[in-house]
Design a protein around this ligand. Structure first.
Ligand code: THU
Length: 124
């Protein structure tokens, strides 16, 4: 399943709309056994940009799925990127902990967890 998710994240990256940063990100979220994809969508009004992770999560939620299990995040560079704080908090709303698979431009991957990246999410 990891390989499938990695493949889906790399494929989603192709659809990134990133004319301002030229920094493409793809995400693939496994939720209730199904894969939901997302990519970053930028805007001329920069702060309206939406990250790949949140697009993937919203895709799942719209489909009625909130059982987040794993997420793969792919970018083009040699370094692995981790989700931004806003995305970590967004994911944490639906999952106490989940596997986070980071994929660089060469296709190498590294595994971490939501809990490690955001040990103390805000909750009401
Ligand atoms: N971005 C993501 O989509 N996910 C991340 O984890 C970090 C950043 C996007 C936002 C923006 O379109 C571009 O990457 C550069 O910040």
């Amino acid at each position: 399943m990891r390989e499938k998710l990695i493949e889906a994240a790399v494929k989603a990256k192709e659809k990134a709309y990133a004319p301002y940063s030229n920094f493409r990100v793809g995400a693939a979220l496994l939720s209730d056994g199904k894969i939901y994809s997302g990519f970053n969508i930028e805007n001329a009004s920069y702060s309206l940009t939406v990250c790949a992770e949140r697009v993937a999560a919203i895709n799942a939620i719209v489909d009625g799925s909130k059982g987040f299990e794993k997420i793969a995040i792919a970018s083009d560079g040699a370094d692995f990127i981790t989700p931004c704080g806003a995305c970590l908090q967004f994911l944490a709303e639906f999952s106490k902990d989940m596997e986070v698979i980071l994929v660089n431009g060469k296709g190498d991957s590294e595994i971490t967890t939501l809990k490690k990246l955001l040990p103390s999410p805000f909750s009401l």
